[in-house]
Design a protein around this ligand. Structure first.
Ligand SMILES: [Zn+2]
Ligand SMILES: [Zn+2]
Ligand SMILES: [Zn+2]
Ligand SMILES: [Zn+2]
Length: 280
């Protein structure tokens, strides 16, 4: 986004002359992560395959992904909305108006009597998993991600990771990830590396079924076990999300995963279920 000429404050003053005095404090630097709220007596017009017009004292919420929701007093459903609009523009000469457009549809909100237009900094909401060691804010966990509510600290997690109660010495929570074994490592890769832990456990542990070379633990996007004789031998297997529970008929390890038991080689045809002990 190109910064507006004269800076953000000047733009705010220009676009919202009446509100500037009250709202400057609410306009924060992380403007892309903010939720805008417009409340008042408004006319709401939706144009597209069919046209509708409403008027009422409503509250319009504009989310950072340009989703626009217009709520009235009834029920949980918005009276009008446009999800992830291609554009949202607003003007504030006297009374405020907002226009959102997507795929030939237009949503307009024009305020006749404006109760307020504010912009609030917003973050993701997730399950609380502890305190940020840098700022003391709450750390929250969403799928594949732990982030701080108050600062820009953010840690991406493997999607199958579970965050633990246990803390690392750096103050961050640890996560459990299954890659052959269950590993408990810090959610910050720079602090404790999952790759190093997997390498320590399994590097050169398994033999290449094609040439007999050692399989090395490498990161190629995901973690793989790849033949040491690359490029002469290009055998390599993505390490499954699961725990090693035995050996396959092909000699490679088998993994207990959420979707069942499998060979390290996902295409292996020699996987046999462990034989039940013989009947007495
Ligand atoms: Zn923080
Ligand atoms: Zn740590
Ligand atoms: Zn090989
Ligand atoms: Zn196999």
């Amino acid at each position: 986004m190109v910064p507006p000429e004269g800076g953000l404050e000047a733009k705010v003053r220009r676009v919202f002359p009446r509100q500037y005095k009250y709202e400057a404090a609410a306009i924060v630097a992380m403007i892309d992560d903010s939720i805008r709220v417009l409340a008042g007596d408004c006319t709401v017009i939706t144009d597209g395959p069919d046209r509708e017009e409403f008027r009422g004292r409503v509250t319009t919420v504009v989310k950072p992904d340009n989703t626009v929701l217009v709520h009235d007093v009834d029920g949980y459903q918005p009276v009008a909305w446009l999800t992830r609009a291609d554009s949202v523009s607003s003007s504030g000469n006297g009374d405020f108006s907002l226009v959102a457009k997507k795929d030939g549809r237009t949503l307009r909100v024009a305020a006749h009597d404006q109760d307020g237009f504010v912009q609030y900094q917003a973050s993701r909401a997730g399950s609380p998993v502890g305190e940020c060691p840098d700022c003391g804010g709450s750390l929250v966990c969403t799928t594949g991600d732990v982030s701080c509510v108050d600062c820009s600290n953010r840690y991406s997690l493997p999607t199958d990771a579970t965050v633990r109660e246990e803390r690392c010495s750096c103050g961050l929570p640890r996560m459990r990830v299954e890659r052959g074994l269950a590993f408990d490592v810090c959610i910050d890769r720079a602090c404790e590396s999952l790759d190093d832990a997997v390498r320590e456990a399994f590097d050169r542990e398994w033999r290449c079924p094609n040439c007999g070379g050692d399989l090395r633990i490498l990161r190629r996007g995901g973690l793989i076990a790849g033949c040491e004789n690359y490029p002469e031998c290009d055998t390599g297997f993505v390490i499954p999300d699961g725990v090693v529970d035995g050996e396959c008929g092909c000699g490679l390890p088998t993994f207990e995963t959420a979707s069942g038991r499998r060979c390290l080689d996902a295409t292996c045809a020699r996987l046999v279920e462990p034989t039940a002990p013989p009947d007495p």
